[in-house]
Ligand binder design. Structure first.
Ligand code: CXF
Length: 384
């Protein structure tokens, strides 16, 4: 029986920027009216968790519990939660949360919420760790509700806006593979569906064959795009991309100039480039590789110090669009059911990207991710 208040659980806590993720006892306070208590089954690990662990997105206090690709089971529902169908035992995916009152939110472009960074990085209940639902057993506040959830935790008090009931009853295997749906996969797919909107003849390029890039590529494939170029520095990732639908690959370790490499494939320039890398020289080459009326979307976190150059005259005369995008400008309530349906139809085989690790192997998972050996590490919470 889970107590009403002072709920004990275990979570990965980051003590300070650059400190490691340490699994330790924490205490959750009561579930407020607009919140849901979720028992995590699986949590996808995303580069943003690592970037924040490194202190490179400096919004919010430490210590902190991160994690924003949670998949779990509802254990308690707050009295005022709007979804009255939500109940104990439901399988849910956790996603980002938004203010719901700015113009992008009202238009359904929720990833573009004006307050996205504060709400999701600092925590939904409030900006200081003192407002968080998490504390140490000694009573020290710990930043919580990262992306409304802080799902690197066995139990989490989640803001209702981050909770999405699964539209299918999923096996453990599928639930694990799909746990990154609320962030990584939604970002890749949403950027293609909501921003790039390619046509079958669009000349389409994805930079970076991580989880976001591969999800983008599968989406382009599902939309019938005929020519898709996958770019990376790891041959095994490019092979995987080919098996999932890329028609051409470029390894930038072997191609001296990306723009030249792309020109050989698309002499008239590229229509759509989606960048997940944030690597400045690749972005600069991408701008050069874009054709007339082409669009480049950045979804990767680039270093804060980098600069790109393009003259306003060139932008105007070439009608190029250079866009930054968060979470694919998606509305998770609409996109998650579609991606689940595609997964079930075999059109979005994200199970090919997943590797599941027990919580005692987190360090191994992070090491494998950094080494490029795996695409998407997923934590299994088991019985801890
Ligand atoms: C992030 C990317 C960096 C800004 C906040 C949202 N997306 C997912 O991790």
């Amino acid at each position: 029986m889970i107590p009403e208040k002072q709920i004990p659980t275990k979570a990965f806590v980051v003590e300070a920027p650059h400190a490691p993720f340490v699994l330790q006892d924490v205490v959750l306070d009561e579930v407020r009216d607009n919140e849901v208590l979720v028992e995590m089954k699986f949590t996808g690990l995303c580069h943003t968790d690592i970037v924040v662990q490194q202190g490179a997105l400096p919004v919010g206090d430490y210590p902190a519990v991160l994690g924003h690709e949670g998949a779990g089971i509802v254990r308690r529902v707050g009295k005022a939660v709007k979804d009255k169908t939500l109940k104990d035992g439901d399988q849910v995916f956790l996603s980002f949360t938004t203010c719901d009152s700015c113009n992008p939110c009202k238009d359904g472009r929720k990833g573009f919420c004006r307050d996205f960074t504060n709400i999701n990085l600092a925590g939904v209940r409030g900006i200081s760790a003192a407002d968080s639902p998490i504390s140490t057993p000694a009573g020290q506040p710990v930043r919580g509700q990262f992306f409304g959830q802080s799902s690197m935790s066995k139990l989490a008090i989640v803001n209702e806006a981050s909770v999405f009931k699964s539209t299918y009853k999923l096996s453990d295997l599928d639930f694990a593979a799909l746990s990154p749906l609320g962030c990584g996969y939604l970002t890749g797919a949403g950027t293609v569906l909501n921003i790039l909107k390619p046509k079958p003849k669009s000349r389409f390029v994805v930079l970076g064959m991580g989880a976001v890039g591969l999800a983008a590529m599968m989406t382009a494939r599902a939309l019938g795009v005929e020519t898709i170029v996958a770019v990376d520095i790891v041959d095994s990732k490019l092979e995987l991309a080919t098996s999932l639908g890329a028609t051409h690959t470029l390894n930038t370790k072997h191609v001296t100039d990306l723009a030249e490499g792309l020109k050989e494939i698309f002499p008239e320039g590229v229509d759509n480039i989606l960048d997940t890398t944030g690597v400045i020289p690749l972005l600069q080459s991408s701008i050069a590789a874009l054709g007339h009326d082409g669009t480049l979307v950045f979804v990767g976190v680039a270093p804060a110090t980098g600069t790109l150059t393009i003259s306003p005259l060139e932008i105007m005369l070439s009608c190029k669009r250079i866009i930054g995008a968060i979470e694919g400008s998606s509305d998770p309530a609409k996109l998650l059911p579609l991606l689940l349906e595609w997964y079930n139809q075999g059109k979005f085989p994200v199970d090919k990207l997943a590797k599941v690790y027990n919580t005692d192997s987190l360090d191994q998972a992070l090491e494998d991710l950094q080494a490029g050996k795996i695409i998407k590490p997923i934590l299994r919470w088991g019985d801890i």
